[in-house]
Write a protein that binds this ligand. Structure first.
Ligand code: ADP
Length: 246
């Protein structure tokens, strides 16, 4: 489903991604871990072209783009690529003046050109799925952080993406609200959604990941099953990181 080859990204003189190779099979959950500043979020943002890579190739489903430093992408290329992914952000990024239901309807109407009635039916179903059936008419400020993030997940799914991308989805939450969001993510993973998750939640990585990817300093240092990365690694950089995060 996802195939990344030799991906490079610089911000001015700072080389943040230094030749990333990565594949994620359909229906699998890849969890990216690593120290702050190692390029995890940038990699995720490259996957839906919120950042444009300098070099390398990304294939997503049937779309494939080869990036070159001075090549400009057409807007139709960007749009058809973006439609493949749904992004869940650290700070939810909900529209504050829209209800939960309207937040989940918005992209369906404006981007996918669905009728409001169709979008509403889908939004109700997805809010039910993330356990927020009763909160459809609430505004974001009337919801807890965990509830807002679950609306964020419903909104991402409403676009019918092939892949869900999660950028530290629980790191802005109070500790007691983390579990309800991880539970929804675990259910989606078990249902066979293809997911790429950047997180500091090591227990989630152990329990849910099909593959754990350890990034440091712009490269993939190690990848493998949770058991291989957490229990059997002999890589010094991985060990050092795991010792720090506990
Ligand atoms: P991580 O998610 O692993 O913490 P990031 O991908 O957020 O790492 O950041 C990697 C590096 O890139 C950091 O040094 C960060 O400051 C820098 N960076 C990220 N986004 C930008 C940007 N838009 N402009 C300049 N530097 C950036």
């Amino acid at each position: 489903m996802i195939n990344i080859k030799n991906l490079h990204k610089k911000f001015n003189d700072l080389e943040v991604l230094k030749g990333i190779d990565l594949t994620v099979d359909k229906g699998k959950t890849a969890v990216i871990i690593g120290p702050s500043g190692s390029g995890k979020t940038t990699l995720l943002r490259c996957l839906n072209l919120l950042e444009i890579p300098d070099r390398g190739t990304i294939s997503l489903g049937e779309n494939s783009i080869e990036f070159q430093e001075k090549k400009k992408l057409s807007s139709s290329e960007i749009i058809s690529f973006r439609k493949q992914t749904g992004m869940v952000f650290q700070n939810y990024n909900l529209f504050p003046h829209y209800t939960a239901l309207e937040n989940v309807m918005e992209g369906q109407v404006t981007v996918l050109k669905k009728t409001k009635a169709e979008a509403r039916t889908i939004a109700h179903r997805l809010l039910d799925k993330v356990g927020l059936k009763d909160k459809a008419d609430m505004y974001p400020h009337q919801l807890s952080g965990g509830q807002q993030q679950r609306v964020g997940i419903a909104r991402a799914m409403a676009m019918g993406p092939n892949v869900l991308l999660f950028d530290e989805p629980t790191s802005a939450l109070d500790p007691e609200l983390v579990g309800e969001v991880l539970k929804v993510m675990k259910e989606l993973s078990e249902e066979g959604m293809t997911m790429v998750v950047v997180t500091h939640e090591m227990q989630f990585a152990r329990d849910v990941a099909d593959e754990v990817i350890f990034m440091d300093n712009g490269v993939v240092v190690e990848r493998g099953t949770p058991d291989n990365v957490f229990n059997k690694t002999e890589n010094q950089r991985t060990l050092q990181f795991l010792n720090k995060v506990g």
